[in-house]
Design a protein around this ligand. Structure first.
Ligand code: NAI
Length: 387
């Protein structure tokens, strides 16, 4: 059938299989063009099908030559409904890795569950013996707890409500968005879903089953960003979860000191992904940031970020590069003083009339459509595809 994008605000309900495949191939080509790095050999990637997790998996497989096991939560096609992009991405990744002779196995299921942890552990035992790196890149709206209870995360501010400029994606206007303050319960729930508890559960399960090498490394991803987005991000419900994630990294390292296992948080750049486009105010910040960083020739996407993370800041000549706060900072270019100054100058001037000229709205939409396999060069979108 012919697959067309069906966009509703920050979500697209269709995905193009050939487009997604092309997207994965492009990322693989990028990594290959950058050259090999010395790194891990057997890498478990949790949240491996889109965004930063997919880019991490591609970097591990095609940059380090590592075997990977990926876990993701994606939907298959059914009837006239296409599969989710992460489903097509994973299929494409598996195909490309197998063709290159690189071990790959993908498990589609709920990473929060005990069953999937057990499935991964028996697969590692059977095929690898032990893993030497674990990447935790889940971004989930909810988590089903062991007792069946479902906990949902919210994207809200904390303390008092706040109002900020917002890009209405439906009618391309700039208005004010007021974001309500979360209740204590909503904050706690967001920490349960997006904090480090499940990361710790994974590490506990892997160590208990003896499927991790001594000195194994584990990474999770965070975001801080500028003061402008503090109320919705850094000091919002998601920021509370990220603070918990950071605390968990230190706890994992302390707990498994005798095995030399070390956990790190990498603070990444803000990018258009399914997770970030759902956050109020953030799409406008992203499109202004894209404009400034592209003008300065320092714009990166997920794959450029993840390649730079592992080649320069983890497996580079000088070992793991941590900033004063104990985290790896891949947001170094985003947070550069000149970049942030220009972003803020533009922010002051932006309104419905100046939006198109001052922000990279095309770049935002391009990344957005690309995530779902649309608007990718060389794809004939009028052709029938098997979904
Ligand atoms: P994404 O939405 O592209 O990817 C999320 C991944 O998690 C997908 O592979 C999805 O299948 C998987 N997933 C979700 N629920 C799952 C479940 N229950 N079981 C198994 N897999 C599940 O998100 P993105 O943006 O790549 O986020 C990854 C991490 O990077 C998150 O921790 C996020 O906070 C962080 N980050 C994102 C930034 C951004 O601007 N997008 C910036 C800095 C950090």
């Amino acid at each position: 059938m012919v697959v067309e994008p069906k966009v509703k605000g920050f979500i697209c309900t269709t995905a193009h299989p050939t487009g997604c495949e092309a997207n994965v191939k492009k990322q693989i080509e990028y990594v290959k063009s950058q050259g090999n790095m010395k790194g891990a050999k057997k890498v478990l990637v949790l949240g491996a099908s889109t965004g930063y997790g997919l880019a991490s998996r591609i970097t591990a497989a095609f940059g380090m030559g590592a075997a990977t096991i990926g876990v993701m939560f994606e939907k298959e096609a059914s009837g006239k409904r296409t599969a989710t992009p992460g489903y097509y991405n994973t299929r494409a990744f598996d195909k490309e890795a197998a063709a290159a002779g690189i071990y790959t196995k993908s498990i589609n299921g709920d990473a929060f569950s005990k069953e999937i942890k057990e499935e991964v552990i028996s697969l590692i035992k059977k095929d690898w013996g032990k893993a030497d790196m674990v990447i935790y890149s889940l971004a989930a709206p909810r988590r089903t707890m062991q007792d069946g209870n479902v906990v949902s995360s919210v994207l809200k501010t904390t303390g008092e409500s706040f109002t900020q400029k917002n890009w209405n994606l439906r009618d391309n206007t700039i208005g004010d968005a007021t974001i309500q303050a979360a209740t204590e319960e909503e904050i706690a729930n967001t920490v349960t879903v997006m904090g480090g508890e499940d990361w710790m559960d994974w590490m506990d399960a892997l160590v208990a089953a003896d499927v991790l090498e001594d000195n194994a490394l584990t990474f999770a991803y965070s975001y801080i960003g500028p003061r402008l987005t503090y109320p919705i991000y850094h000091e919002g419900t998601i920021g509370h979860a990220k603070a918990h994630l950071t605390k968990s990294a230190a706890e994992i390292t302390r707990k498994y000191e005798d095995k030399g296992i070390k956990a790190f948080v990498s603070v990444n750049k803000a990018l258009v992904t399914q997770a970030s486009s759902a956050i109020p105010v953030v799409p406008l910040y992203l499109s202004v940031l894209y404009k400034v960083m592209k003008d300065k020739n320092i714009h990166e996407g997920c794959i450029e970020q993840m390649y730079r993370l592992y080649s320069d800041k983890v497996f580079g000549e000088n070992g793991i590069l941590l900033d004063k706060d104990g985290m790896i900072h891949l947001d170094d270019w985003e947070m550069r003083e000149d970049v942030q100054k220009e972003v803020m100058d533009i922010w002051e001037q932006i309104n419905s009339d100046t939006l198109m000229g001052l922000a990279d709205t095309d770049g935002y939409w391009n990344d957005f459509y690309n995530m779902f396999g649309f608007k990718i060069e060389g794809i004939d979108y009028s052709a029938d595809v098997d979904i």
